[in-house]
Design a protein around this ligand. Structure first.
Ligand code: UDP
Length: 379
């Protein structure tokens, strides 16, 4: 073995595939009984509908290197993601666009009129100087729209004072003064034609790659454990960085998700793939209906699969999904980064390993640069 990769999500598999193609022998271990991390998907047995087991994953990128790379393993459908929001008994298009604004204010504003209105409603806040989620949110869409679509959704999603959250989270969503309600701005977008798992399996399908599932890096009873391996062979670790150091600097806070999946005996439950529920009266943040991710497929006409999504703080035994990233977390992270620098031939990557809110294309892009800039010389 020339390299051990801990974790078989997109970051780990990209590293493994690159190293294997460069002639290195790679072992990938994963604690779970399937590859792919949270991008894993599977057919729901009763309907055959592809379900993203860890929540909806939408691929999009403007990075040409990443786009060229991912197309080696899968083709993509022409799916374009759109999200709607169910507020106060009415359904609005998201992200906030001229359609949302005009529907909300029951008006027919032109783009310039709408901009002037939002500027007035943003009050004292300015996008350039906004310090946190709340200030940036209000600066971007004004207080009434923020309160309708963001305040209570964010309370459910993060359970954290929006003044403690980063403004970067809110700027994940564009605001548009046109009727364009595509969720993403990127040049390339689509879903893997034959599903996420087929894509992930093709990345791992190389004679130099061995994948061992149900194998925990921290389990001393299996041979590829941390104490036995570190220092003897280069390691790329994509698990939670605080777990690696046995929480020596304290726990980083994460949000985890719970899902309630249901097969409903109707052909179409909500008419779209994702409906957000920003109002506090609903305990879930959104409902996914998976058939709408693949309108090109021949799915049953009388059944559909929906999944309600609930968010809460993760304890050590839960799957971490979203880094909360409060100022305290950021200080802890700096201390973990210093510890990580001191590890002998161990590189940390991915959403969990770097405690960053990475989308799939970002994880793949950062794995490609880690391979080219840091890892090649260690191998
Ligand atoms: N958000 C919100 N209302 C919505 C959608 C998003 O308040 O209807 C906020 C929320 O805080 C969320 C953030 O915007 O965490 C980013 O949204 P995105 O859809 O990118 O989140 P993801 O799909 O990654 O969970």
């Amino acid at each position: 073995m020339d390299l051990l990769v801990v974790g078989s999500g997109f970051f780990g598999l990209t590293i493994a595939e690159r190293a294997a193609s460069a002639g290195k022998r790679v072992v990938v271990i994963d604690r779970r009984s399937h590859i792919g991390g949270n991008a894993y998907s599977e057919a729901e047995p009763e309907t055959g509908i592809e379900v993203h087991r860890y929540g909806a994953h939408l691929f999009h990128t403007s990075n040409e290197t990443v786009w060229e790379y991912v197309n080696r393993f899968t083709s993509f459908t022409s799916y374009q993601h759109k999200v709607y929001s169910h507020h106060d008994g009415v359904v609005y298009p998201l992200p906030v666009n001229l359609g949302t604004i005009n529907q909300f204010f029951r008006a027919a504003y032109s783009p310039d009129e709408a901009k002037a209105l939002i500027r007035e409603q943003a009050g004292e806040f300015d996008v350039k100087t906004a310090q946190n989620f709340e200030e940036k949110g209000i600066a971007l869409i004004g207080r009434p729209l923020f309160e309708a679509f963001f305040r209570d959704y964010t309370a459910k999603q993060w359970q954290t004072d929006p003044k403690q959250l980063s403004g970067d989270i809110v700027s994940r969503l564009p605001v548009r003064y046109t009727y364009d309600n595509r969720y993403f701005n990127d040049t390339h977008e689509g879903l893997p034609t034959d599903g996420y798992t087929a894509w992930l399996e093709r990345m791992a399908d190389h004679p130099n790659i061995e994948v061992r599932l149900d194998t925990d890096f921290f389990d001393a009873s299996q041979p590829l454990n941390k104490d036995a391996i570190v220092g003897t062979v280069p390691v790329v670790y994509t698990g939670p960085v605080d777990r690696y150091f046995d929480y020596a600097e304290g726990e980083l806070s994460w949000r985890t998700l719970d899902f309630e999946q249901e097969v409903v005996p109707v052909g179409d439950y909500q008419g779209t793939s994702v409906m957000n529920y920003p109002d506090a009266q609903y305990p879930y943040t959104r409902i996914h209906e998976f058939r709408h991710f693949h309108p090109e497929r021949d799915y049953p006409k009388d059944k559909t699969v929906i999944m309600r999504e609930f968010s809460r703080f993760a304890s050590r035994d839960d799957e971490p999904y979203y880094p909360v990233n409060t100022p305290e977390d950021r200080e802890r992270l700096l201390r973990y980064r210093a510890l990580a620098e001191g590890e002998d031939r161990v590189l940390f990557g991915g959403r969990l390993g770097t405690y960053q809110y990475l989308d799939m294309h970002m994880a793949i892009g950062s794995a490609l640069s880690m391979f080219n800039n840091k890892l090649e010389e260690l191998l």
